[in-house]
Structure formats: structure tokens, C-alpha cells
Design a protein around this ligand. Structure first.
Ligand code: DGJ
Length: 734
């Protein structure tokens, strides 16, 4: 049929209009933006329903402009259509590191994931949850991506839930929590490595093409050599106050794997999750596999802003009782090690009172009878009071503490066992080991098989018994000293599930403890900082950063932790490590939750007097340290003086800590240190506190400064070789 020209052009016009309308409708639906106060992660449903990331960074005012972003980058061909995938499947078109890799019930290894739908909802004030469903067009296989975003803190927690309805088990070969995709000129990775007494050693380098992996295969104490926390600076290394930087971490205490891949288009793919090492997972039809959350925040104002956001998020949403109080304490570990008895402890309880702290913490060595815990070679697992050391049991100590007006806390390491123990004799099948191979020990001990529900009950019972018998017990220090060798569970049928089931078991126990004892403070310790992560910190009020309490070392270690964790969670003890005077040691320990682990009765008179006064001073301003904003003013890695400031939310008071970290001749605060976080228009007075008896301050406490002066010109705390540690209290003058 011949169509007359005017009609022809009308049809063409309508056709054009239809296409335009369709595209704009599609486009309007196609963009899913996860926006927080300052940032946006923008996803796009692309033409074949692939879900891609088109933007990550500072939020744009006009949402419709996010779709223009990919167009202004002139990059080489993708070849896969998946390089920017929001959750990269493997075995179909993908050529890069996948987020998810599976073997289907029929043995096929291919996976494709297409967008189906999404839901966005407010789950609390300032907290939104986005879920996106992706499905394989060929197999009955589904992934739900979850993005929980915290508006004010610019934090996102991302995880995935994997399930299927195939005719048999599907093997998950890799199952990441999150998959990010960033565009920048260059990427600078700040990562950490460590060992016992050497936690949180930073290293920064430019990422080159290919994959850089951060991982752990230690099972327990997983962060001993490398934690999952890291930073990525875009274009150039971020500084404290400048630059674009992403912080990432997996909320998980077990094996993790973070792959950072710069691809052929020069973009960066970050894929983080449980380490799939020796851990392919057989998923039954209908069963859900829920990954732990991967956490990230981003700032274009440098590391300081990013860390304040993360610290605020942790206090408000993750750390147990993050906005609450903490107990100052005297610990006996370094004062006595395993060598104590009731009389000695009675003296220490008196010392606790004399010192002026809230609580006495009894450490390792109080338990086991057949194989007494007199050193670290025996007794672990036998959680009965040692009759020789404590004939009247813990109960009498709790009472004695009460009589002294202090609280009582106790150390446990319930996940572990010495081969020389009754527990091991009774339940050899509860122990992680390879029956046909020689046992191999870490600190003379082995790990209990928390994959086994009976072991979970036992571990829960250790805590529950202590509280049932001693309802006034005020605190637990939960230690974890061994890594997993010879990974094998006598309970599990499928050994590839071991590492995952261990962590599920640990999680079950901690959840059960918190259901019954929701607020009792617990310290997360792992032979130092071998297990500091937000997966665990939701159950703990604080962590033990390191057995290295040399204050000079601690300035560096605590500095690095502070990028990711708030001061209220950092248990810092004054000990005899290091060569610094007691004042220096105490000042450093004050930058968090203060404790002591010294022989109080042997302190010279003035040292004792100093400590007693220091605790009172700390009690006056601990609220600012615990709940205020932290500003790192002078980096000990770059300067001879380290300086850190805590300011309250109202900007009315603060505490500034300053330390000489270089003992070369003449090193001192030659220049003023610029303060941060104050109100430029307000006036402040600065007074030196924590002075050692008989010394006087060099600082004129009557001088009044404007916030502007303190922040633009700075303040000189007058740190010298004769004043190696100076604490300054800042108060607004009305
Ligand atoms: C390792 C911890 O880090 C120390 O503080 C102490 O509790 C010992 N374990 C006890 O064995």
C-alpha cells in the first residue's frame, strides 16, 4: 500500500516520539541512585538489563546528569558490557575478576545476572535500605543486592543474598559482599600489615593494572598479618584535610578477600567479601546464602573527614553501646602474669581502689585444676577456678571488689583449648585438627570447632556460667590467641564449609550472649589486635589494639586505628613497656579508654600521686574523647611532634594531646600547631593539665584566643625534650 507523504511523515514523527518517550521512561526508571548527605553511588539498568555502576563520588544536584557521566569518559572498548557491573557474574561474557562464580546443579559454570526490580525504603531516621533483585535468564538463580545507607555519616553497608531453585545443590565458588567501580586518573591504596605487637603498619602505593589482593586465610585471629580495612585515594594520595578518599572494610572476623583491579579502561573494580579460599559453598535449593556486609565511606575533604564520619557511624550504629560509658580499670596481666593467689588479688583490689579506677580486671591464669593454668602450656578449656590459687572462687573476689567499692571483670578465651586439658581429653572431636596429621600449635593451643552446635553451647556456657554464678561480674575480656592450622571439623560433612560455619558458630554464640546480657561491657582481644573488625564490634564495647603498650609505639598504632575506629572503643593501658616516664605513658593511654596494668604498690610516691590525679582529670574530660570529634593535627610519621585533638559537638571544649616522637637534638614544637573543629567566632582559653607533681606549666592559661586564631595561626604546646608529653584542655570563654 502506498502511503501519502504527509501521513508517512506523521507516522515517522509518531515513531520518533514513541522511541523518545520509551527511552525517557526507560531512562527515568533506569537510574537507581544511593545518595547520602554528600555522596552518590549511581546504578543504571542498561539496555539488556545488565546492572552497571555509572557514578561513585560527590553527589550531583541534578539526578538526571548522572547518566551523562559515562559519556564524558573516552575510554577503550569494554568487550564484555560488564566492566562496570554492579555485581560481576562469571562464566558468561565477563573477562575480569568476578563477584560471583558458581557451578550450577547440572555442572554448568556460566552465570549471567539481569535486573528484575528494586525497592528503596527508610528503615530508621537517616537510614535507607535499597534492595535490587538480579536473576539469571537461563537458570533459576537469584541474587539480591542490599545497600544500607546512612545519610548523615555518608556510610554504606553492602551485602548480597544468594539463592536458587535448581534441581540440586549449586556450588558457590566465589560470593562477594560488594562490587564497586570507580573512575579516576590514578588510585592510591593505603593498606595495613602487621604481626604480634606490630599491628596497623600502613603502606601506601599507586595501584597498577591487574589485581592487588588484601586477604586473610588465618581463620581466627584473622587480622594478625593484614586487616581488611583500607583506603583508596583518587588521583593523588589524600592528606588529612584534602583529597578524595574511600575507606573500605569487611564486617567479618574470618577469612576475607578484597580484590582491587585496575582494568583495561583504567577504572578500578573493588570486590570484597569472605575469602573463597578452601571454601566453595554448596547451596541447597531454597537456602539463602547471606554474605557479611562490606562497609565504605567516601570524602572529598581528606582522611580526617572520612574518619570522623566512620567514627560517628560506629558510635551511633555499630559498636555496642557506642554512645555510652566505659569503665576505667586496673588489669593484672603484666603485673602478675600467671603468678597470683587470693591474697595477692586482695592486695590488687585495694590498689584498684587506691588508684581510683572503676574496676579490677583479672586476666589469664585463674582456672583449671588437673592441668593448672600456671603458664600458657596447660589448662585452657577447663573453666573451673583453680582451687589452689582461688580456694573461695570468683564469687569471693567479686564480693571483695564490692567491699573495696570497685567492680570486677574477668578474662576468658573460650574458643580455644590446650592439648593438656581435661576438655581436650573429654572431647577430642571438638578440636579443629586433621586426625591423620601431627598437631601444630599456635601459642601451645588449638581452636575449638565452633561449627559444632555442641561446642557453641559449651562456649556460650562459659560466659553464661560466669554470670549466673556471679551476677555482679561487670566485664569480660574475650581473648583469641591462635590461628587455625589443619582446618578440619569432625562435625561437618562438607569440609569446604568449615571456615564459614566456624564464623556462623561464633556469631551464634555472641548473639545469644547479647540476647541475655545486652549491655555488659566486653573487650575484643586477640593476642593484641588480631581481631578488630565491625563484624565483631557489634557485640563488643571495646577492643585491645595491641599487646605493644610502649607509648611511643602506641602513638603510631592508635593513630592508624583511629582512621577506622572511634576512641571510645580503644582500650589503652598504662604498662611498664617502653622507656617513657609515667606521665607520657598515661597521656597516651588517655586517648581512648584508660586502663592500667602496673604494680601500683611499687610506684614511686609521685608517680602514684600523678596517676591518681590523672584519673580524676580523665574523668573530667573523658566524655569529649569518647563522644567528641577527633582531629589528627600533626602526624608522627611526618613530624617530630604528634598532636591529636578531641572537640565536643557543641565546640565548647576539647582536649589536645601532644608528644615528642623524635629524640634528636633540639627537636620540639618550633611552629604552632593549627587546631581544627573549633568555632572561629568564639573565644577559648587553653590550660595545660596532667602535670607531673612538682612541675609547672609553660602555658599561660589566662590568655584568650579566638577560634579563628587557633585554627589559622595555631597554638604552641611547647613540647621539648624536657616536656615530651603535653595535654591541653580547651574551654570556651563566654
Ligand atoms: C593475650 C592478650 O593480648 C594479653 O593482654 C593477655 O590477656 C594474654 N593474652 C593472656 O594470656
Amino acid at each position: 500500500m502506498k502511503i501519502p507523504p504527509p501521513i508517512k511523515s506523521m507516522v515517522a514523527m509518531f515513531a520518533l516520539l514513541w522511541v523518545y518517550l520509551q527511552t525517557s521512561v526507560l531512562k527515568a526508571q533506569a537510574v537507581i541512585a544511593i545518595e547520602t548527605q554528600n555522596n552518590a553511588l549511581v546504578l543504571e539498568v542498561e539496555k539488556d538489563k545488565d546492572l552497571g555502576i555509572i557514578y561513585f563520588g560527590k553527589k550531583l544536584a541534578r539526578v538526571d546528569e548522572y547518566q551523562l557521566v559515562p559519556k564524558v569518559f573516552k575510554q577503550p572498548e569494554d568487550y564484555t558490557g560488564l566492566l562496570n557491573s554492579a555485581y560481576t557474574p562469571s562464566g558468561s561474557r565477563n573477562l575480569m575478576e568476578p563477584a560471583l562464580s558458581v557451578t550450577h546443579a547440572d555442572g554448568n559454570n556460566s552465570l549471567d545476572l539481569r535486573y528484575v526490580d528494586h525497592k528503596q525504603s527508610n528503615v530508621a531516621d537517616g537510614v535507607s535500605l535499597l534492595s535490587i533483585t538480579l536473576k539469571d535468564p537461563v537458570y533459576d538463580f537469584e541474587v539480591m543486592l542490599f545497600y544500607k545507607s546512612y545519610f548523615k555519616q555518608d556510610v554504606v553497608e553492602q551485602w548480597s543474598v544468594i539463592k536458587h531453585r535448581e534441581k540440586g545443590e549449586v556450588i558457590l565458588q566465589k560470593y562477594a559482599s560488594a562490587n564497586l567501580h570507580l573512575k579516576a586518573g590514578s588510585y592510591w591504596l593505603n593498606q595495613y600489615h602487621g604481626d604480634w605487637a606490630k599491628e596497623m603498619q600502613p603502606e601506601e602505593a599507586k595501584l597498577t593494572h591487574g589485581i592487588k589482593t588484601l586477604d586473610s586465610k588465618l581463620g581466627t585471629r584473622a587480622n594478625l598479618f593484614q586487616p581488611s580495612v583500607f583506603m583508596i585515594s583518587l588521583d593523588k594520595p589524600a592528606t588529612e584535610d584534602e583529597g578524595s578518599v574511600l575507606y573500605g572494610a569487611l564486617q567479618y572476623s574470618g577469612n576475607f578477600k578484597i580484590d582491587l583491579e585496575v582494568d583495561l579502561q583504567d577504572n578500578l573494580r573493588i570486590i570484597g567479601g569472605i575469602n573463597n579460599y578452601a571454601s566453595s559453598y554448596s547451596l541447597k535449593p531454597g537456602e539463602e546464602f547471606i554474605t557479611p556486609a562490606f562497609l565504605y565511606t567516601f570524602s572529598d575533604k581528606g582522611k580526617g573527614d572520612a574518619s570522623r564520619k566512620l567514627q560517628s557511624w560506629a558510635r551511633n550504629y555499630k559498636l555496642l553501646d557506642g554512645n555510652g560509658n566505659r569503665l576505667t580499670l586496673l588489669n593484672n596481666w603484666e603485673a602478675t602474669y600467671f603468678d597470683f593467689n587470693e591474697n595477692k588479688l586482695a592486695e590488687l583490689l585495694k590498689d584498684t581502689k587506691k588508684l581510683g579506677v572503676d574496676m579490677f580486671l583479672l586476666d589469664d591464669g585463674w582456672f583449671a585444676n588437673k592441668y593448672p593454668r600456671n603458664d600458657d602450656r596447660a589448662g585452657l578449656g577447663d573453666w573451673q577456678e583453680n582451687k589452689q590459687k582461688l580456694p573461695n572462687g570468683i564469687a569471693s573476689l567479686v564480693k571483695e571488689a564490692e567491699a573495696n567499692g570497685v567492680k570486677f571483670g574477668i578474662w576468658i578465651e573460650p574458643e580455644m583449648v590446650n592439648p593438656k586439658s581435661e576438655l581436650y581429653e573429654k572431647h577430642p572431636d571438638w578440636v579443629v585438627k586433621q586426625a591423620k596429621r601431627d598437631e601444630y600449635y599456635f601459642r601451645n593451643q588449638l581452636v575449638l570447632d565452633l561449627a559444632n552446635p555442641k561446642v557453641q553451647n559449651f562456649v556460650y556456657g562459659v560466659v553464661d556460667d560466669l554470670f549466673t554464678k556471679n551476677p555482679d561480674l561487670a566485664y569480660i575480656k574475650w581473648d583469641c590467641n591462635a590461628v587455625i592450622y589443619n582446618a578440619h571439623s569432625a562435625y561437618l560433612k562438607n569440609q569446604s564449609h568449615f571456615y564459614i560455619e566456624y564464623m556462623r558458630g561464633l556469631n551464634n554464640v555472641l548473639k545469644k550472649i547479647r540476647a541475655k546480657y545486652p549491655k555488659v561491657p566486653m573487650m575484643l582481644c586477640s593476642g593484641g589486635g588480631g581481631r578488630v573488625d565491625y563484624g565483631a564490634l557489634q557485640y563488643f564495647t571495646e577492643y585491645w589494639p595491641s599487646d605493644n603498650t610502649d607509648p611511643l609505639e602506641r602513638i603510631f598504632i592508635q593513630w592508624e586505628y583511629s582512621y577506622f575506629y572511634p576512641a571510645i572503643a580503644s582500650s589503652n593501658h598504662v604498662t611498664d613497656w617502653g622507656k617513657q616516664p609515667i606521665k607520657f605513658r598515661t597521656d597516651v593511654a588517655m586517648m581512648g579508654k584508660l586502663g592500667f596494668d602496673i604494680v601500683v604498690s611499687k610506684l614511686p610516691e609521685n608517680d602514684l600521686k600523678f596517676c591518681q590525679e590523672a584519673i580524676k582529670t580523665y574523668n573530667d574530660f573523658k566524655d569529649v574523647i569518647w563522644h567528641g570529634d577527633q582531629y589528627r593535627l600533626s602526624n608522627p610519621r611526618e613530624n617530630s611532634v604528634a598532636s591529636i585533638l578531641y572537640v565536643d559537638e557543641e565546640k565548647t571544649s576539647g582536649v589536645m594531646f601532644n608528644y615528642l616522637v623524635n629524640n634528636r637534638y633540639g627537636e620540639s614544637t618550633k611552629n604552632p600547631i593549627k587546631l581544627k573543629g573549633l568555632d572561629p567566632a568564639r573565644k577559648y582559653k587553653l590550660r595545660e593539665v596532667n602535670l607531673y607533681p612538682g612541675t609547672s606549666s609553660w602555658i599561660d592559661s589566662n590568655r584568650v584566643y579566638s577560634g579563628e586564631f587557633l585554627m589559622k595561626v595555631g597554638f604552641n604546646p611547647e613540647v621539648t625534650s624536657g616536656r615530651t608529653s603535653v595535654v591541653v584542655h580547651i574551654e570556651e570563654v563566654k
